[in-house]
Design a protein around this ligand. Structure first.
Ligand SMILES: Cc1cc2nc3c(=O)[nH]c(=O)nc-3n(C[C@H](O)[C@H](O)[C@H](O)COP(=O)(O)OP(=O)(O)OC[C@H]3O[C@@H](n4cnc5c(N)ncnc54)[C@H](O)[C@@H]3O)c2cc1C
Length: 378
């Protein structure tokens, strides 16, 4: 790892705390302090709370030999003023320096793979450490599983290293600004706006919220993320979640839940957006045979789903025959629209096992979908 050290040092204290701050048990609060940065206040399990604050250079000067537990508690009390704070029981505390780093490579000699804090380090400011580690695991598990099963060529495992290192670098970029702002400093690019560090931090949090929640992560083009050949928006991004309806019961269901059916963990979904059957029925009939061939070639690795625009009694009523794979109605067209697919043309969409969009082609292009898989399947 190439590590960038910062001047920032933070304290965290978990304790039974009595305070006159309003709504102290509501969940999470951020307190704009004069000398202790943007103070973190969190309701923890049982009767405990966590308080976190920054030791700025002036405070660090006060403690040339390092800060003791009692001094940390005193500074915590100071950081929350004008509210009163009484620490009745101290459960845990820590004092740490903020560093930012990403491993130069997340993969070595084919099967040595790094993830979690071993791959990337940063501040705890936007609460991303464990979250990013879980994203690493989610990205890696199905690729490693598929390689072990003999499904994939080595190029698939290599995308773990490139995709997750890219995301970690983006995280570090965000963290550099976040850590500075939480510590009470305004990074150069935000200076001259006439706003305080707390005000810039609040806006910065909003501007980066998609990434921080893990929903806005995107991956570069690769053997897995290829340019869509249909009207669909993009590949390498998380697939949209919308409501669809199962035939018969006709109850709304999250599209994401349908992707987890049939013991589908670790499997690909090829979704046939069948469009409006009045316009697409004949073309749909043509894809039954190549779809069955695709499913046969990749048995156990992928599943097929048909999503039809509108509603009908069932697949036979709408398509004049059986549906390919699992079957759902996109009654109000929200799924077609969220994926950017025209109901008059339909499309074929490949969704990776981690729900990232891999590829898309026209309704008549099942051979292109087969070609997509042939690039990385053994
Ligand atoms: C104060 C603080 C607050 C945080 N808050 C958040 C938050 O709100 N949200 C969030 O997402 N993240 C948060 N994080 C970050 C999060 O805790 C870490 O990113 C996460 O725990 C890293 O998990 P990991 O499994 O990669 O590494 P670790 O949790 O460090 O696990 C590595 C394990 O490997 C063991 N080990 C090391 N060497 C060896 C060896 N040679 N042999 C065998 N075992 C070994 C270690 O003992 C350890 O158990 C916070 C971190 C801090 C410090």
């Amino acid at each position: 790892m190439d590590t960038d050290s910062t001047l920032y040092e933070w304290i965290r204290i978990d304790a039974k705390i009595v305070t006159d701050m309003p709504d102290a048990d509501l969940g999470i609060a951020s307190i704009e302090s004069k000398n202790h940065g943007n103070v973190l206040w969190i309701k923890l399990d049982r009767d405990a709370h966590r308080i976190g604050f920054a030791l700025n250079p002036k405070l660090l000067e006060k403690y040339p030999n390092g800060i003791t537990q009692d001094q940390a508690v005193e500074e915590a009390i100071e950081s929350m003023k004008p509210f009163k704070l009484e620490v009745q029981r101290l459960d845990w505390w820590t004092h740490y320096k903020i560093r930012q780093s990403v491993a130069r490579s997340l993969q070595k000699d084919a099967y040595i793979l790094l993830g979690g804090d071993a791959a990337h380090l940063h501040s705890s400011g936007f609460a991303q450490g464990m979250n990013t580690g879980i994203h690493d695991a989610t990205n890696l598990a199905w690729k490693l599983g598929g390689v072990v099963k003999g499904w994939y060529k080595p190029s698939v495992l290599e995308t773990y290293a490139s995709e997750r290192r890219g995301a970690a670098k983006q995280l570090i970029q965000i963290d550099m600004d976040a850590a500075a702002l939480i510590s009470g400093d305004i990074p150069k690019k935000f200076q001259g706006l006439g706003r305080t560090a707390d005000q810039v931090l609040s806006q910065f949090w909003k501007d980066t919220i998609d990434f921080n929640l893990g929903l806005g992560i995107s991956y570069s083009p690769s053997v897995l993320n290829q340019s869509p050949l249909s009207s669909m928006h993009a590949c390498g991004v998380r697939c949209p979640d919308t409501l669809v309806r199962a035939p018969g019961i006709n109850m709304p269901r999250r599209f994401y839940d349908t992707l987890l059916e049939d013991g589908a963990t670790g499997r690909w979904s090829v979704v046939i957006f069948a469009g409006n059957p009045a316009l697409t029925q004949a073309r749909y009939a043509e894809l039954r045979e190549p779809a069955a061939k695709l499913a046969g070639r990749h048995k156990g690795m992928l599943r097929l789903v048909t999503l039809l625009f509108g509603s009908a009694g069932g697949a036979w009523a709408a398509l004049n025959g059986a549906a390919v794979g699992r079957f759902y109605f996109d009654s109000d067209g929200q799924a077609h629209s969220a994926f950017g697919i025209d109901q008059s043309s339909g499309a074929l969409v490949v969704i990776r096992p981690d729900h990232i969009l891999g590829f898309a082609a026209g309704l008549d292009d099942m051979d292109k979908i087969a070609g997509y898989f042939d690039e990385f399947v053994t």
